[in-house]
Design a protein around this ligand. Structure first.
Ligand SMILES: NC(=O)c1ccc[n+]([C@@H]2O[C@H](COP(=O)([O-])OP(=O)(O)OC[C@H]3O[C@@H](n4cnc5c(N)ncnc54)[C@H](OP(=O)(O)O)[C@@H]3O)[C@@H](O)[C@H]2O)c1
Length: 306
């Protein structure tokens, strides 16, 4: 296969130096492009129109020309598709209509929610398509490149393409694990639940502390949330502490009353999480049914402020 043809330089098992094109130079694309360059490949072009993408390209892909998307694809052996999830199907299909995909090219996208199906128009033209999702958060800052080291990548590929996928991920510093095409959306929902909703929970907790007169919420939350994260990762539901785990209905009722009065926008989220915490605590044997029921009754009776 062309992209794994050996070269004379780095060693017998090193893949060939590929011409890499990055579409687009966003938070993820620019970082992965830089990682592939660091692995010895040549980033020949990138796409991105906004000032933010141009700035990122300048910082992370210095000297790489910004070209229209179809020209980036035409110039590349390996195409990195790092565009918003909803733009991906139209982009891949649109490029196929222009006839720019060609047999022997390698292309991967970085979407968590999409699998291989979205790449079908390119695969029909002979492209080897992969879904390589870094299970990491990228903000476009300089720390993103360091974060790639050891980042798990959720990979969906045809079985015969696994060695290719594995090589590309390892070259970017990541560690592949396999996700079935049919599990892809659920896989992504799991990560959003854990990572994105966590950020919302932390920001909400910090705001509530400020409302309660605490002027440096991060100092209070840091050690506590660090310990809670550690417990949750290590022990799952067994790591739960707090009033729900003890069946302290009065305390939860007090929280709902205080939130209704002082932070009404936070009531719905608190009630939803308390209900799910109750369900999980009961399923894990942390609460007996007779302890869980009063909590459920309380939460079902809460009138969420509109
Ligand atoms: N950010 C993360 O933490 C993260 C983590 C893992 C995976 N991902 C996945 O990586 C992908 C990219 O996310 P991101 O956060 O890097 O997005 P982003 O920062 O918003 O960058 C998106 C890039 O795609 C370009 N673009 C937008 N629409 C396009 C279109 N129709 N055709 C061609 N290029 C287009 C943008 O160009 P302009 O600047 O010109 O608009 C920009 O360069 C998504 O699938 C996302 O789910 C993101």
């Amino acid at each position: 296969m062309k992209q794994f043809r050996r070269t004379a330089s780095p060693g017998p098992d090193a893949p060939a130096r590929l011409r890499v094109g990055v579409v687009g130079a966003g938070r993820v694309g620019a970082v992965l492009g830089a990682a592939l360059a660091a692995a010895g490949h040549q980033v020949v072009a990138a796409a991105g129109l906004s000032a933010a993408s141009q700035d990122r390209a300048q910082r992370l892909l210095p000297g790489v020309p910004l070209l229209p998307t179809d020209e980036v694809v035409a110039a590349s052996d390996l195409v990195v598709l790092a565009v918003p999830d909803d733009a991906l199907p139209g982009l891949v299909a649109g490029l196929a209509e222009t006839g720019v995909w060609r047999r022997g090219q390698l292309a991967f996208h970085t979407s968590g929610a999409h699998g291989l199906a979205v790449l079908a128009p390119a695969q029909a033209a002979g492209v080897l398509g992969l879904a390589l999702h870094p299970a990491m958060t990228f903000s476009g800052g300089p720390e993103d490149l360091d974060r790639l080291a050891g980042t798990p990548f959720g990979v969906t590929s045809l079985p015969e393409h696994r060695p290719v996928a594995e090589t590309v991920v390892l070259e970017m510093g990541g560690e592949p694990f396999w996700v079935a095409e049919t599990d892809r959306v659920l896989y992504h929902a799991a990560l959003v639940t854990g990572a994105n909703h966590l950020v919302t929970l932390v920001a909400e907790a910090a705001d509530l502390l400020r409302t309660a007169g605490v002027d440096q919420p991060a100092r209070v939350l840091g050690p506590l949330l660090g310990a809670a994260l550690h417990n949750g990762l290590r022990r799952g539901d067994a790591g739960l502490t707090g009033p729900v785990s003890r069946g302290d209905v009065g305390t939860v009722a007090g929280h709902v009353a205080a939130l209704t009065q002082r932070a009404p926008a936070a009531v719905a989220g608190y009630v939803a999480m308390a209900r799910r915490t109750t369900e999980r605590a009961q399923a894990a044997g942390r609460l007996k049914p007779h302890e869980a029921q009063p909590l459920t009754d309380l939460l079902d009776g809460v009138e969420v402020p509109s």
